[in-house]
Design a protein around this ligand. Structure first.
Ligand SMILES: C[S@@+](CC[C@H](N)C(=O)[O-])C[C@H]1O[C@@H](n2cnc3c(N)ncnc32)[C@H](O)[C@@H]1O
Length: 282
């Protein structure tokens, strides 16, 4: 098994993750659970539950596997079974090539920032959070959203311990973003200016995460196409970047090296997230 399995800070990953329901630790692999897997590798829990997951192409009797493994763990550890609220959940993950033994412990749900003022052009918090994660920005680094609107990306960043600066040319949107941030106790700076202001603050920021205007719900200073082109041309070098724009606004985005993800919304809107992070620029 690759060594990296053991060094992933999974509790941190689960705190930052958006679309992940469960994050845990793999402690070993097995082909025959009872002769090979060392169940004592699992912490001595007070209560536990067993979950078997079948990712193979075969049919498996998962409830029987959970029952027999549960009985073995109970015998080795003396722990009680608690299906609704276990302090440890043991996972048996079966795949066609390998079987994994792993566990998760009880983790607290990440505290969601509240949004006191909504906006018709706001980006869903899950996409905002996913973009912050794709950018690769770390705690205590500084993110800039130069089209911050109501501040969704800034809220998600601040909730992960990433400091942030928002820019928007619409004063009304700046005031909304300020209220949304201050009501969560976050003190991101909001600047009422055009996106070109990033050139003034480029030495103070570590990355740019933003959702560009598409020209329908939000105000724009230029046509969406021209705006994306001009914006890309002034992006500072050697910064972590995750930007979202409408597919088709530019054919060839010059963000090399970049990774792109298409997100289909409806037949006339597919969004693209284009990412350049520190891993790619080294
Ligand atoms: C798609 S919205 C951003 C939505 C934001 N992510 C949110 O969740 O509320 C685009 C924002 O860009 C702003 N904007 C448009 N042209 C701009 C420009 N030239 N410079 C700075 N901001 C601009 C608009 O006022 C709008 O708030």
């Amino acid at each position: 098994m690759p060594q990296s399995f053991f060094v992933v800070p999974w509790s941190k990953v689960s705190q930052r993750a958006t679309f992940v329901r469960t994050a845990g630790k793999i402690v070993g692999t097995f082909s025959d659970l009872f002769s090979e897997a060392d169940l004592s590798l699992l912490h001595k829990p007070e209560t536990f539950a067993c979950r078997a997951i079948n990712l193979t192409s075969k049919k498996l009797d998962l409830s029987e596997i959970e029952k027999t493994t549960g009985a073995a763990i109970k015998q080795t550890s003396g722990a009680r079974v608690s299906l609704p609220n276990p302090s440890l959940t043991v996972y048996l993950i079966f795949t066609d090539s390998q079987n994994y033994l792993g566990y998760t412990t009880k983790t607290t749900e990440p505290k969601r920032p509240k949004k006191v003022i909504k906006s018709s052009s706001e980006l869903h918090w899950k996409l905002s959070r996913a973009m912050v994660n794709l950018s690769g920005l770390n705690e205590n680094e500084i993110l800039c959203d130069p089209f911050c609107g109501s501040g969704t990306i800034l809220l998600e960043a601040e909730s992960m311990g990433i400091r942030s600066i928002g820019i928007d040319f619409d004063e009304k949107m700046c005031n909304i973003a300020k209220k949304n941030l201050s009501s969560n106790g976050f003190n991101s700076k909001i600047i009422n200016a055009g996106y070109q202001y990033i050139q003034e603050i480029k030495d103070r920021i570590d990355g740019i995460v933003t959702d560009l205007p598409y020209g329908n719900a939000s105000k724009t200073s230029q046509s969406p196409k021209k705006l994306v082109q001009d914006f890309i041309s002034i992006l500072p070098k050697k910064k972590k970047i995750a930007i979202m724009y409408k597919k088709g606004t530019i054919d060839q985005i010059e963000l090399n090296p970049a990774k792109k993800y298409d997100i289909y919304r409806h037949k006339s809107l597919t969004r693209v997230i284009s990412v350049r992070n520190s891993v790619m620029s080294t």
